[in-house]
Design a protein around this ligand. Sequence first.
Ligand code: NIG
Ligand code: FE
Length: 431
Amino acid sequence: MNIDMPIPLNKPLLIGPFSQLLPMSGIRLRGPLQDNEMPVLENAGLMIENGRIHSIGPFDKLRSTTSASQVIHIRLEADCIGLPGFIDAHTHLCFAGSRARDYALRNSGRTYQEISRAGGGIWDTVTQTRNASREELTSGISQRAWRHLCNGVTTLEIKSGYGLSQEEELKMLLAIQDAKASVIADLIPTCLAAHMVPRDFTKGPDVYLKEISDQLFPILKAQNLANRIDAFIEEGAFSPENIRPYFEKARSMGFDLTVHADQFTTGGSEVAVLFGAKSADHLEVSTNREIKLLARSQVIATALPGASMGLGCGFTPARKILDAGGALAIASDHNPGSAPMGDLLTQAAVLGAFEKLTAAEVFAALTVRASAALGLKDRGQFSENCLADLLIFRAAHYHEILYHQGTLKPFQVYKKGALVYENPQMHRYGL
Ligand code: NIG
Ligand code: FE
């Protein structure tokens, strides 16, 4: 379980030499990226002060200009790669129960939508989540977040959406807020009350959404529980027409918007573009029309390969999105239904192999481009004053990381300049 919360170091820290340090800075937000467009610093050092990046440069130079009495030197003895902490910009980590039965049913030929109509799917998790206490939900979040941290995720977005009533959505968002005390990664909450029309609400989708926006939105603002509103635009969930007034209201109150879009049918990405959403996520069935719309907008296209792997369906057309000039992030969508695996690096590496993404495109999608999907400017790159969220992998070349498709885990994880995780297996097996 979680180790004690890190104590911030009061002295500057110099870490190195890295065989390769990938600062992910100075990288454009949109379009394709060749590996040679990504800065790679060899024999580099990283200087951290007050939990933030102070400077990067040749290790020997940084060491000779700082005295050991002023700066703590951390010397890396083996070949190491340094990367900014990963940002998982789309998860449903707050839930109770298992949907292993759905998975087995899908693999015996039933579709996600058929299972949902028969009473399984999202509604099954809603029932189990409503039956869980706020404390149980918080404990589930902490355990899952810890595993993500060990896999290199230092910022985690978490959605509600398995409560589907004001009271139960509030319980989920309070559980996420409570989890901030025990979780090392930064948690970014999102209200997904528009996940599906609750089965026990008889007045229809429009009245449901109106009640949520009139009554729950002001509470979210007043208690600072979420600054982001998400909606699942899909047949069997909400139509673009249902969502328009809901998003109007959210936007007028200053919420950021994001959309579950084009997962099984198109329609959602157009709403995302129309409302200037921060991101449109899923996009498995986006056609050239939607890809063009997204590429011409400011919306970040977030691929969720974990959902394709969980459902056994095609991947988001990530290559086409980049080639059209779009901005691509990759997130895990970790949830009990469509994406139970929750291993972001594995999923990103596999997406890269199927969609022909360069290492630069994959790493940008996990760091600097993912930070834009959450509207965060202080992370995802080693630029001066950004958070010192650092992953150290034991390898001589950054290509080793994706080549191992997620089985080469970080050796060490730093959050805001403090060492928060070290992989014991790396010592045992000397990888
Ligand atoms: O992002 N698509 C809608 N929502 C989730 C799945 C939720 C569930 O099946 O529990 C997703 O895939
Ligand atoms: Fe999702």
